[in-house]
Design a protein around this ligand. Sequence first.
Ligand SMILES: [Zn+2]
Length: 424
Amino acid sequence: MKEQLDLLIRQVDDRQDELIGLLERLIQFRTPAPPARNTEEAQQFIASFLQDKGFAIDKWDVYPGDPNVVGVLKGQAGDTYKSLIINGHVDVAEVNEDEPWEKEPFTPIVRDGVIIGRGASDMKGGLAGALFAIQLLHEAGIELPGDLTFQSVIGEEVGEAGTLECCKRGYSADFAVVVDTSDLHIQGQGGVITGWITVKSKQTFHDATRKSMIHPGGKLFGANAIEKMMKVIQGLQELERHWAVMKSYPGYAPGTNTINPAVIEGGRHAAFIADECRLWITVHFYPNETYEQVAKEIEAHILQVAEGDIWLRENPPQFEWGGSSMIEDRGEIFPSLEVDANHSAVLTLMSSHESVVREQAIVDVSPTVTDGGWFGDAGIPAAIYGPGDLQNAHAVNEQVSIEQLIHFTKVILKFIYEWGHTRK
Ligand SMILES: [Zn+2]
């Protein structure tokens, strides 16, 4: 078993041109989100790639032009050996026209030990490495005892939960690796939930009534929704500070848990008293918290703030949490993910990393969010582990180191092999 694996791992070096070629091919598919709805061709390529290696393919439109692809390779003894999901998103960060790329971002450049192109780091490098590992296993005629599932999902960059759709469709395993940008750290993550807070008056008033609303003897019980939103924002700031003082999580700088008032919309016209004001907030929370829990904390605090205001008491703010897409319904959820460093899959991944990279594996937390949280939410133990770093993700001249891509490919190859040979 060991010799067979060592031979395969050596092949990653010998055939690195093919690995690089596969990443170049993936970068050439223009899959930025936004605008999204452009992954059909890339997903068909991945579906065919997996089908050639014996995977049963499930491909379905999450949105028109944006299908998910799930390939399942049944193990020889799936009932008694550990199963694995490898997950990655095929969409990449958007590119603005005026960005000063060295070359067109979807025409990869290979030189000086790096591959440059949109998605090199986030996260077509991870996809290419994992797919190439699968190719090597297939060509060597290795049949794993455990089941292997590969998920290529859409929409991650715009908060569209391609991965949630896979979970809803019933795909599960003993462990999942999200091969997103982690600089080869084994990571959990905090979570994000967006929400809308609405302050709304039951009546609409002409702006000439303002004097009766705010001055002695006016006798008009009304309010300007924009002004009342100021109290809500102040309340959010108080809660944010309280969280920063009272909550913490290893690996995060204090105060990483923030409540950002991101967008405000209110009023209808200068001839009216603003009768509605809506605030779009982004909430970052820690791996040991859930989005349901932080949403509840915010609601409870803001409703207390409203209780202290004579008008808001009668017209309490309303809350809408989450959403399925930043571009469809202006909302998103990324659940948090805690990594159990003593889980047998994490230990296997750590030892795979250490034997390939010859450095101690680092288990920590991602400063950003990935689809990893959906596995945590579905009760599937998971970790983020992929090539590339966040300085490069979403950046101009995004790139990945070829050495790191090769390391990743070897580690994931070894991990797939070993986990798939582990008894349940
Ligand atoms: Zn990503």
